[in-house]
Design a protein around this ligand. Sequence first.
Ligand code: RIB
Length: 652
Amino acid sequence: MNIRDIAKMAEVSVSTVSKILNHKDQDISEETRKKVLKIVKDCQYVPYSNIRENANPRSCILGAILCGEEQENQKLACYLEQEARRNGYSLLVQFLQISQTEQDVLKELKKAFGILRSKSVEGVLFLPPEDCVGQAVNELQKEKIPMVVLKYTQNMQVLSVGYEQIKTGYMAAKMLIQAGHRNIGCILCKDAVGKDVQKGYTEALFKYNISMERDKVIAVGNVREDVEVAAKILLNMNVSSIVCQNEMVACSVYNALHAAGIQIPREISVISARDSQMCTLLSPQLHAVEIPYHEIAVLGIEKLIDNLEKRGKTKSFAEIINPILHERASVVEPPLGKLGTHEKIVVVGSMNMDMVIEVPELPKDGQTLLAHNMHLEPGGKGANQAVGVGKLGGYVYMIGRLGSDNEGRLIYNNLVQSSVKTDGIEFDKNAISGRAYINVAPTGESTIVVHRGANQNLDIHQIHKCQHLFKGARFCLLSLEIPEQTADFTLSVCEKYKVQVMLKPAAVSRIPEAWLPKIAYFIPNENEISRLLPGNMRIEEKAEYFYQKGVANVIVTLGSKGAYIKNQQYAGFVSSMDVEPLDTTGAADAFISALAVSLSEGNTLAEAIGFASCSAGISTTRAGVQSALADHMLLDAYQDEIALLSEIREEE
Ligand code: RIB
């Protein structure tokens, strides 16, 4: 507010206002004089010249006008006040609301400045509103009062001290990239700060040659539910980490991940582009980028006082202060399986409670045996495969049906603990969970009898409800302890979404011929292929039969003899790992899950078969199935063996 504004409001000339204010108003009508003085009073206008010319020209009071977010305002006000006091000044602060139109903001700004001037402030620290920095700074410059802008501003004739918001997004994304993440989501608010954080995130991805996928940047309203939905969307895109605009967003992301049973940072890393005390209260403590409010306040006050006391030489000066990264506990390197892949794997199959009975030998007709031992553990081909993928760090959804019983809950919990996404699982009120009775001989050989229970009720309707899970998936691991129509419908869904099917034809003596061209990987064992194709044909001939019927890759697992592979490129054998088996149950599940993970990491079929054979071999050296499955770190220690097991020999 200056003399021109008063003149404009009173609809008189500037010299009229000046005469009235300087008591040289003899020739001015009483009516005009009253009108002008009323406006001066309403606007709390004090002529700057009066202040300077007064007996005590130094008030030693500084003013601050802060138009940031509430938290930002409070932090700055607190640090500015401390610094002003340390330098022998006091500080008067005016906070401006930011959720207004530009015009309203400028009006409020004038009012706020009027109040400060009426208190004889000597200079002003100004945090302009994010949306109209230039206009707001220009407006205050008209007041011709010493000023420091608390925002880094380029190309403006003004003293400024601040940080670049873009840097906060850049530093957060860079931290994740340096930890090894490539698949990074970003959740922002729909505001000017959000836009800058996004720019920083994009810049970091660009600098480190990571392709930027627009879908992975989600702008939300300030609603907690919106953030939780955004987090779920990112989970479906298999991100390994998330940049959050601020700690409030991060807090809702934590909630969403906890609710989905996802562990931070083991499965997903999270970082905030703004720090506050809340970051240290979250569990795990949140990595965050601190905006350097304290340094801004210190330097801002120093520059303003220099200017007032005529120590400052420059009229314009822009100083950037870098944000500070606080490394806490929410970022680690991504799970191994996520390093090179974004590909989803869907498992459709059985989930059972396995009753494992250790017997002196596998029972024969009419024989009664005494068991050495017995234990229960979660199993089922589908669940085993899903756990196998999860343990290897893959991105996996299980679709299946459990009974509403204790066994069902145990099986479910084991899946969650192995990082399997369980959106596709239903609990059946009218059936018990599937059971498998498994005899394991001292040689490690085993036989299995399955009572399907709830698996039998996994119907087309449930698969139909889960169709969205197939979208964007690379593989569907399908096994047949479920109804044939359900498997048939699953094949058609896979065809629709171009998902490659890996089929384990266990527990069936026939499969419809129409299925064969829809199967990308057909993985029977020796018994299973012979049941499907009885007769004296050799393994190579049987595999050739299925290949000719349209299966793209036939892989016959042969236990200790390795496996036979038939596809367009190969017709040959691979060896098995040289191990002393303790329990061979579930070796095929270990093989299939590892094959899918390795292929989804971009390895060749030969490499994937080596990896899968190694996983199967290791699983046979341990008792049980799910507990016997290896994780990626363990398999990575067997690089040499994997290389040997990847050699496909044309002749046996
Ligand atoms: O492949 C092994 C599995 O087959 C067992 O866990 C059992 O439940 C049966 O489905």
